[in-house]
Design a protein around this ligand. Structure first.
Ligand code: SAH
Length: 346
């Protein structure tokens, strides 16, 4: 089995150079080729590394590979959002390129499928297929046709359930000799794995943490997210408070509104009470009905969203309503992959 060279950091590339009998400084050259120039997406990537001696290119060809990664489908929305379906050696994952005033943002996947089982989320259909490697996460960024200035880990999968590879990805993508994306321009979204939030806080990185809440009490949240049974809200909120205090970064709470389930003014008041005094911000999202959805969740109409936001605003909790991009191309949360699964022959 050859090594996935796109997942290696510079120290590991130095070890590889030693093993292959080449000088250490070659490690940085290889890293730059892979992570700055995106050479991984040329056919025969090693042959293209023309400032390396032929002997090293040949040795890399024998000892390493880049992730098996192909565009399987691409949909372009009227608003400019582009959704990519990638084939990673037989498993499908999605990434979404979004255009904002300040540049391009890409939403990437950290796992093929997901085992968290949130009832409204299309990524949960079929459970977890496998974790993605850090190299496969980088590949999603490098495959984009535009220069990317920010990254959200909000595609398929639970990033903290693939902790080591996700952190390795952040190390690689923020490296100044590579893509050099600032940690402050990276947002990691989690369903709320408490021990991993603590572990993340200890690293004191400058990334943004987003936590999917979707309910102000355990009873309401449990209707959407089975993870509530493992980590009750009290523990989750405590972990978020600690994260905000340790990193001095504002935590974002994502709250998808479903008509009559979690969207009343009373729910908004409970939510305000829950997060009171924390360095945080609430992002309201109208719940998106996933394909093959057997649940009875329907999106809260705009007036309901505004009324919910007004309660939070009065309680002095910072709140925004998420702009919905790419709804005409199934850009939300595992929907394209779900369609692909549906369309695949049994
Ligand atoms: N596992 C991570 C990241 C992936 S989901 C997490 O749970 O945060 C990214 C965001 O999309 C989460 O906030 C998730 O709850 C939300 N989401 C998933 N399906 C949705 C749907 N049908 N409607 C609205 N938001 C959804």
């Amino acid at each position: 089995m050859t090594q996935d060279i796109l997942s290696l950091n510079i120290n590991e590339l130095r070890t590889l150079m030693t093993e292959l009998g080449h000088p250490l400084y070659r490690a940085e050259q290889v890293f730059e080729w892979l992570h700055r120039r995106g050479v991984a997406f040329f056919d025969a990537p090693f042959a293209k590394m023309d400032n390396l001696p032929k002997a090293l290119r040949d040795a890399l060809e024998t000892a390493c590979h880049v992730p098996n990664f192909r565009v399987a489908d691409k949909l372009i929305s009227k608003d400019g959002t582009v959704k990519f379906l990638f084939d990673c050696g037989g498993v499908f994952i999605e990434s979404v390129l979004m255009q904002y005033n300040h540049g391009h943002s890409v939403c990437i996947s950290t796992q093929a499928g997901c085992r968290m089982g949130c009832v409204f989320c299309a990524s949960a259909i079929g459970g977890l297929v496998r974790n993605l490697s850090a190299g496969e996460m980088c590949a999603q960024v490098y495959a984009m046709p535009e220069k990317v200035s920010s990254i959200v880990l909000m595609g398929c999968g639970e990033p903290l359930d693939n902790f080591d590879e996700t952190l390795r990805f952040i190390e690689l993508i923020t490296h100044e000799k590579g893509a050099n994306i600032g940690a402050r321009h990276i947002t990691l979204s989690t369903c709320g794995l408490v021990p991993e939030i603590h572990a993340l806080a200890e690293r004191k990185m400058q990334i943004n943490l987003a936590v999917s809440l979707h309910g102000p009490t355990d009873d309401v949240r449990r209707r959407f997210m089975p993870i509530t049974n493992r980590y009750p809200l009290e523990e989750l909120i405590e972990a978020c408070r600690l994260y905000a205090e340790t990193t001095r970064r504002r935590v974002t709470f994502e709250y998808a509104l479903a008509s009559g389930i979690n969207d009343t003014p009373a729910h908004a008041r409970q939510l305000a009470q829950l997060v009171k005094g924390m360095l945080c911000h609430i992002n309201l999202i109208p719940i998106n009905k996933k394909s093959r959805d057997k649940s009875h969740f329907f999106p809260t109409p705009r007036v309901g969203i505004d009324a919910f936001a007004a309660v939070l605003d009065t309680a002095k909790i910072p709140v925004t309503v998420r702009r919905s991009l790419g709804s005409d191309i199934s850009a939300a949360c595992g929907q394209l992959r779900a369609q692909k699964i549906v369309h695949q022959p049994e």
